[in-house]
Ligand binder design. Sequence first.
Ligand code: G3H
Ligand code: 13P
Ligand code: ZN
Length: 307
Amino acid sequence: MPVVKGIDVLQKAHKGNYAVGAFNFNNMETLQAILEGASDLSAPVIVEASEGALAYAGVTTLVAMVTSLTAAYPIPVVLHLDHGKDFKVIMAALRAGFTSVMIDASFYPYEENVAQTKRVVDIAHAMDVSVEAELGKLKGIEDNVAVEERDATLINPKQAVDFISKTGIDYLAPAVGTSHGAFKYKGDSKIDFDRLREVKQLTGCPLVLHGASGVPRSLVEKAQKYGADLKGAKGVTDDVLKEAVSNGINKVNTDTDLRIATLGAIREVLTKQPDVIDPRKILGPAREAMKEVVKSRIQLLGSAGKA
Ligand code: G3H
Ligand code: 13P
Ligand code: ZN
């Protein structure tokens, strides 16, 4: 299928109470793993590239890969810009054919976030492209954190209503206690579910969970077995993620789990076969490992069979 608009798959997920997997990619192997995994499960999927991914691979290369590969898969695929911060990069993604963009101005004061987000929405909507934006700061929440500190970091549900009405965004990423990377929590995995429910109830908007990787023990242990330093790695458990979806999350971002799967697979090959020189023998197992991650995430999110 040709690439589709973000809001088309996320409005369906919002109405059907499930989440669509959004997976970060920089290269052909990762993109193939995502499309193969989603297609095996007949699931809609979002392939997302960060500003760093665009700098690494080139916007034209990424768009060409996605448009040519997706044509061969019978599933809806969205091409999304993840954490767009630089207006010029967002414009380049829009011009190149992305069907969804994130403007992340969450680190600015509220009024500035509104102004920057609205500027992108006005242009993107004129080009029939969907827009995601973020409110609050992505930081893990720990036990014994003062209410005032939590309020200063996480999303304010009433402000979310004002933000959506002033900007016209299509989906919102609320900061509810997750963070990026492999070291999300010192204690237990947790999300502020009361806050998440209130945002969903007040806004009635499709919601996005950033920093959602599970950092599964099996992947961490494999990478460690072959020499990786991942001491203290911890992610969002499967139960917490499922509860987040049942409380209104419709897009779940995963990058770190793909990275750890790649790391373990490559380290294993290089350790067991020090004489290997063929990159296909190094990257092929990584692609397989990433495909398994994609499939297990999609099963958790409830989007299998929704293509
Ligand atoms: O949210 C961040 C994503 O994991 C992308 O990371 O900026 O290193 O490509 P990156
Ligand atoms: P993880 O680091 O938990 O995979 O989060 C990825 C993400 O939010 C990309 O925007
Ligand atoms: Zn993110």
